[in-house]
Design a binder for this molecule. Structure first.
Ligand code: CA2
Length: 155
């Protein structure tokens, strides 16, 4: 089982700015924790960060053939990008949406996620742990789907 982790705009700044909102952990630190957990779960992982919407969409298209699902923090595109939603839905792989902060406890414009209605699940408000919880949830979901599709095989 292989999962792609996608980090959206400005998340490369993690740990350097706004620690009171987003914590002190760097993106590299989060990725390292995700790789460690993926090892425990027996999942293969790839991670990617981009500030541009097009780069994220290209990555979704390009990686969809080799991964079974996506774990995505789309950053501010969560609230604005129909194109990103279309890409995720278009490739036909389940995705889990994650956020460091609780977007419902912040400004009005952050409370709506365009991705949420099509997400397999959403985890928010636990800082970097949101990613780890989201990865566990996605791996469980993918494993259950694989078992349902091929009950006698080891998945
Ligand atoms: O809480 C989250 O994970 C967000 O997806 C983070 C986005 C924000 O636009 C969403 O509403 C909620 C922002 C990511 C920007 O990250 C920064 C990190 C450090 C310094 C500046 C920005």
């Amino acid at each position: 089982m292989r999962i792609a982790v996608l980090h959206g705009p400005n998340l490369n700044l993690l740990g350097q700015r706004e620690p009171e909102v987003y914590g002190r952990e760097t993106l590299a630190g989060i990725d390292a924790r995700l790789y460690a957990l993926a090892g425990e779960l027996g999942v293969q992982l790839e991670t990617f960060q981009a500030n541009g919407e097009g780069a994220l969409i290209d990555r979704i298209h390009e990686s969809a053939g080799r991964v079974q699902g996506f774990l995505i923090n789309a950053g501010a595109y969560t609230h604005t990008s129909v194109a990103l939603l279309d890409a995720l839905v278009g490739v036909g792989r389940p995705f889990v949406e994650v956020h460091l902060s609780n977007i419902h406890g912040r400004e009005e414009f952050r409370r709506r996620s365009l991705l949420a209605p099509r997400a397999a699940g959403i985890v928010m408000g636990f800082g970097a742990d949101s990613y780890l919880l989201g990865l566990r949830g996605l791996a469980l979901r993918l494993r259950a789907s694989a078992r349902a599709a091929a009950p006698s095989e080891e998945v």
